[in-house]
Design a binder for this molecule. Structure first.
Ligand code: ZN
Length: 234
């Protein structure tokens, strides 16, 4: 049977790396993105550019890259009250979770993705969730996603495998994975075309990419990239 996957692709560094990982391993790969009332749409604009550049620069991958699905989950923005969807400071709350936490977001994303995958005959869902992130969102954890894999497979009565290739990687290792997959061309594409900054600042290009340079997401991306380039130089 043909190996077919659906990648949860936001336009950020992690999901772009996952997309390249999937294009190396699967014969047919589709992508899905969600609009849920994010504070900024920069990441979503980046999606189209990254997809176009991947097709241009990696012909072998272009042949495997199928449809892109964009889902409107405005409802999620309505029911959540967080720094990602409202104009609020990013801070850590008493629960130990940052104010960027959108409760249930990944549970919903995967469930909607599984519905699309089922309809399209895709049997694997791939996401860039990672336990080594500072944020520790509970719905990004390995156990949560393993439980969700079982729930979706049972609920659809069809195998729905969840793959999270970045789960145990540091940000430095994520850059290295990208290099192994697509060499310096992919590093450059991810560096200049993906977006991670929580504040949606896409005006300043730093060595590690665009961003405000101060928010937790920029900080994580910067330190990861610096560690990666330092080890390259050594
Ligand atoms: Zn930032």
């Amino acid at each position: 049977m043909e190996r077919k996957a659906l990648v949860l692709f936001s336009g950020g560094q992690d999901s772009a790396t996952c997309l390249a990982w999937a294009l190396e391993r699967y014969e047919h790969v589709e992508t899905i993105g969600f609009h849920y009332g994010q504070r900024h749409a920069v990441e979503l604009d980046c999606r189209k550019v990254v997809l176009a550049r991947l097709k241009e620069q990696f012909p072998a991958w272009a042949a495997r890259l199928g449809a892109d699905h964009m889902l409107d989950l405005a409802l999620l923005g309505q029911i959540s009250d967080t720094a990602l969807t409202q104009d609020r400071e990013i801070e850590f709350k008493e629960s130990g979770l940052p104010s960027t936490f959108v409760p249930g977001r990944n549970l919903l994303f995967f469930t909607f993705a599984s519905a699309i995958a089922y309809r399209r005959g895709l049997t694997t869902l791939i996401g860039g969730m990672c336990e080594t992130d500072y944020s520790g969102y509970p719905d990004c954890r390995d156990n949560t996603l393993k439980a969700l894999q079982v729930a979706m497979s049972l609920g659809l009565d069809a195998p729905m495998v969840v793959e999270t290739p970045l789960m145990w990687l540091t940000k430095e290792q994520t850059w290295r994975l990208a290099e192994q997959l697509g060499g310096s061309a992919l590093i450059e594409l991810i560096r200049t075309e993906t977006h991670t900054c929580y504040l949606g600042d896409h005006t300043r290009l730093h060595r590690w990419g665009y961003g405000c340079g101060h928010c937790p997401a920029c900080e994580l991306r910067r330190t990861g990239y610096e560690a990666f380039t330092k080890s390259e130089a050594a």
